[in-house]
Design a protein around this ligand. Sequence first.
Ligand code: GLU
Length: 551
Amino acid sequence: MDTKKLAGLLYPDAKPLEYWFKKYPSRKLKEGAQTTRFAPSPTGYLHIGGVYAALINSTIARQTQGVCFLRIEDTDQKREIEGGIQCILDGFNTFDVGFNEGQLNTQNGIGNYGPYIQSKRVEIYKSFAKEMVQKGMAYPCFCTAEDLSLMRKQQEEQKQNPGYYGKYAKCRDLTFEQVQNNINSGKSWVLRFKCPYTENDKMETFDLVRGKRTIPCNYNDVVIMKTDGIPPYNFAHVVDDTLMGTTLVIRGDEWLPSLTEHLQLFEALGLKAPLYAHISPIQKIDETNGERRKLSKRKDPEADVRFFIQQGYTVQAVFDYLMVLANSNFEDWRAQNPKQPLANFKFEISKLNTSGALFDMVKLNDISKNTISNMSAKQVYDLAYDWAKQYDAELASIMQQDPQYYINILNIDREIAKPRKDISHWAELKDMYSYMFDNSFDSKTIVFPQNYDKESVKQILKLYPNFFNSADDQSTWFGRIKDLAQNLGFAREVKEFKKDPTLYKGHCGDVSTILRIALTGRTQTPNLYDICMLLGKDRIKNRLEQCLNNL
Ligand code: GLU
């Protein structure tokens, strides 16, 4: 077969490869710099596992002073959903991992190696497909879906491996005339790789996470161009990562079984394959049976990045958590460097977990509380307010009524050596501090624990306003609570009470608990002194009176 003639017949107008290599010259990066990419398909919302992979990719690029780009892989139009690309862009707009180039907007993308969206690269794929034919490494296949299913049935009956290979690869040996006739008669065709390997062959592969492995290799004449003239993932990957100068492909380990096929395609084109690192998907413990499973788009709301956005998780906390999942030593590093940017952590691919990182909302919330506790009240206010404007109009309106008052609330037990760790995401804020606002504070619902006798409670509520002075510092303020306690027959000090509880109605702590409940409706709050100072004498008086009336 004259493969040049065949190539001309199949792809008459394709540009020569040199054209593309000239258009996309090798990147001039310093030695050791890695070019990485994240290459999602717009088949649904952005999965948190996608942000995880993208973060790892961008971290490696940044650490090596390389480049990380975003490429949209939309060659499988059947699986594409409407608005899928926008979903990805929106997701990364919030979870900005720091791509240097790529399809970062809906237009042409940013960078010199575009288009960064595969459906706009068909002309390029054609040139490479033509090259494959010319080299005798690919051929057109006219088998119909019925032909293929018949073949599969035969293979099953004969207990043969399924696939298009060896004697089953019927179209491998068509003559030029047969191909020409088929094409002239309008038969549709796909282009298949003429795989030079057999069922018994093995191939040595190397993966930065799993190391060197010799594995059985692909022996199928896989499709590299579909009937619509668009390549499936395998061929588009080889072409794009070559022309875009990718040096390291970090992708999900679901691609591990096709690694030999991809390596064969690079080999067939005489191209150098990039390095690979296959990462395990994020998993979780299924609440129903206690077993590990993949974080699922269908079952788990937290698989969708929009969940974190809607709930008001900070990007910093989510990134920190994803880093903990990727490199467990990150947690110690963060504890020692609470305020340093993530970029200063030395990430190592070899420390990635091969059995799959476990996603756990409790842990994320802990990390998140930690992150937020290290922010200033003003930072918390700004981030939370930005979020509220979009996702919680009521909170936004509360926050904007008196920004300084809200900042002061947020500043309670903050910016101190051991700041309070209570907020994990902004959706919690409205309820968390509702008692600081008269509109959302209802003294009617307040109940005092049974162990306090009603008379004492009444006395405390009645007398406390006389013991409050807004000019007091914390210890004077508490001294006055102790005075009140003593006046009402409570122990001034807990120690005294413990010596002989029979002598007292309770101790000073009980008095402040009653006040806390009366003023906030809760048994646990941040520092009551700060709360009292922010509420001010009038509101304190008012709330205590309301409580008294309800008793
Ligand atoms: N489009 C592929 C996917 O979404 C990309 C795999 C890769 O990163 O190479 O799974």
